[in-house]
Design a binder for this molecule. Structure first.
Ligand code: NAI
Ligand code: AKG
Length: 517
């Protein structure tokens, strides 16, 4: 690895460099990586703009082959890539092996989606020259790519939500050139994946500006990228403050653009009475498994549990506290994320209305996240919005409610969520059904008798939700529907066949599915 980053077909170096940090030791890791300059951003955006018209009109099959080639290139560097990602993130090998599989699987799923063709949403309203009182024109609608897209890699998924993650895969599938702003926590991983994409661009004979990667430790870099007039949309996963900063920048541009930011969520889990009575102990153990997985560094982490107080909840709490007390400390992603976790846990521990139920095993060593379990009452939770703020890491609050009406009030109080989980048995169906309309207003995904962590990458998936889970609740950042963020409709009225794009030509040369009327 040589420390350069890919802009179009070039490998760019700089005298200004930065180093990654191994969070398990706080030691700096070689090599030094070039910091991108404002000129590099302008170059990347200019190349992306130049590539746009050619890339967006490639046949779906050509883009499908491109996505598959990226997957192949990433697989070809599997072992060194996983090794570098482990060093830079502190995440264990099996997790990163799985994440690599999810990344390449995601690219291949978008390839399949492109071949299937519904994404183009072709609608043909045939001309009705004899219609009375006025004839109808021939109207043909398809969707085209919005333009070059800026993608911000996430710290907590150095592969699946980073340089070749879901935002990049969906934007490239749509036909948008992509400029990634790599997360400064994993520059080596970013460069390795960025160069794999660069190789795929060359192998597929695509214009070089289809992909570039810029990186560096400063936020200003990301701000400059969002402000570049050639960028037409932004994909982001990270903090609420970061996401909102980008939304504000994008809205203040002379030409405002959409920002699809996935930000904060506390992912309530509701324990309904019959389920709690039947399997409180098992639920307690399983909950801690989901909570402590990956040191809790998932935006889908179960941050609150809501249930009616009583002996059955006590059984759940005892099992959860016992399991959490044995939870081994895990290295967190960055010193900053660890510090902000410690701060969040200290604030909860010091809150007058919050009881600390258990802490995970303590350990020597840098950036070790020690799990934490708290409880409070429904009344206290409703009274203090601070208790519903995300603590990013393995911390969670059990909310003891007086009755199901208070459970409902708690759910009505919370902000928008990525997920809400129901633990239900048949005896709970009526109570759950009564609550469902409230839950639908709050979350992008409602699940029963599972746990929210571990999002399936599939056509029906919604990884989104009302603010602050995301900045735009109408879409998803995971699954094939994510492509819709980067497409817009264009209608062709009475254009001669010779001028029509292939997608809407009379003979349908691309064989795309059509709705005709
Ligand atoms: N909900 C979620 O999925 C996640 C939440 N987080 C939260 O974010 C905190 C910090 O973690 P990070 O991953 O570093 O997230 P972050 O939001 O601070 O940074 C993510 C990316 O956005 C850029 N960025 C942030 N603020 C910016 C600004 N004002 N202008 C331009 N660019 C900006 C950063 O340079 C980085 O590339 C965590 O402690 C945690 O609370 C982090 C990861 C995932
Ligand atoms: O739970 C998952 O698999 C995905 C979580 C996620 O999107 C995130 O943490 O950013």
């Amino acid at each position: 690895m040589d420390g350069t980053f890919p802009i179009g077909a070039r490998a760019v170096s700089s005298d200004v460099t930065f180093l990654a940090i191994d969070p398990s030791t706080d030691a700096k890791i070689e090599p030094a990586f070039a910091v991108s300059s404002q000129d590099d951003i302008a170059d990347a955006c200019s190349l992306a703009d130049a590539a746009f018209d050619t890339f967006r009109e490639t046949d779906p099959e050509a883009r499908a082959v491109f996505l598959e080639t990226i997957a192949d290139e990433i697989e070809a560097i599997h072992a060194p890539l996983v090794a570098r990602a482990m060093q830079e993130s502190g995440l264990p090998q099996p997790r990163l092996e799985g994440e690599r599989g999810r990344t390449t699987g995601q690219l291949r799923l978008f390839a399949k989606h492109l071949r299937q063709g519904t994404w183009a949403s072709v609608v043909i309203d045939h001309a009705q020259p004899d219609r009375k009182p006025a004839p109808r024109s021939d109207l043909r609608q398809r969707r085209i790519a919005v333009g070059p897209v800026a993608v911000f890699g996430a710290s907590n998924f150095p592969l699946a939500f980073s340089v070749a993650g879901g935002d990049t895969a969906s934007a490239l599938a749509a036909g948008c050139p992509v400029v990634v702003k790599g997360h400064p926590a994993h520059p080596g991983t970013s460069v390795m994946v960025g160069k794999a994409i660069q190789a795929a661009v060359a192998k597929c004979g695509l214009p070089e500006g289809v992909f570039s990667l810029v990186q560096g430790p400063a936020n200003e870099l990301g701000a400059a990228l969002v402000n570049d007039p050639r960028i037409k949309a932004v994909g982001f996963t990270g903090s609420r403050s970061g996401g909102l900063a980008l939304v504000a920048l994008a809205a203040a541009r002379p030409e405002p653009i959409p920002v699809y930011a996935e930000m904060s969520s506390i992912n309530p889990v509701i324990l309904f009475p019959a389920a709690l009575a039947a399997r409180g102990e098992a639920l307690g153990k399983a909950y801690v498994g989901s909570l402590t997985m990956g040191s809790g560094q998932f935006c889908t982490n179960p941050g609150i549990v809501v249930a009616v107080d009583g002996p059955d909840l006590d059984t759940f709490v005892e099992a959860a506290a016992a399991a959490l007390g044995e939870a081994a400390p895990q290295v967190m992603l960055t010193p900053g994320i660890h510090a902000s976790y410690e701060q969040g846990v200290a604030a909860l521990a010091g809150h007058d209305s919050v009881e600390t139920l258990a802490r995970g095993i303590d350990a020597e060593g840098a950036n070790r996240g020690r799990a934490a379990l708290f409880s409070t009452t429904g009344k206290a939770f409703v009274a203090d919005p601070a208790l519903s703020h995300e603590v990013f890491g393995a911390a969670s609050i059990i909310i003891r409610c007086a009755d199901l009406a208070e459970v409902r009030r708690v759910l009505e109080t919370i902000e928008g969520q990525l997920t809400i989980t129901l633990q239900i048995d048949e005896g709970d169906h009526a109570d759950a059904a009564a609550l469902l309309p409230v839950l639908e207003r709050k979350a992008g995904r409602i699940l029963a008798n599972g746990w929210p962590t571990g999002v399936e990458v599939a056509p029906a998936m919604v990884h989104g939700g009302p603010f602050p889970a995301t900045s735009d609740p109408r879409t998803t950042s995971v699954g094939t529907a994510a492509i819709e963020r980067f497409l817009r409709p264009v209608c062709y009225q009475d254009l001669p066949d010779a001028l029509l794009p292939k997608a809407v030509k009379h003979g349908n040369p691309l064989g795309l599915p059509r709705t005709e009327g």
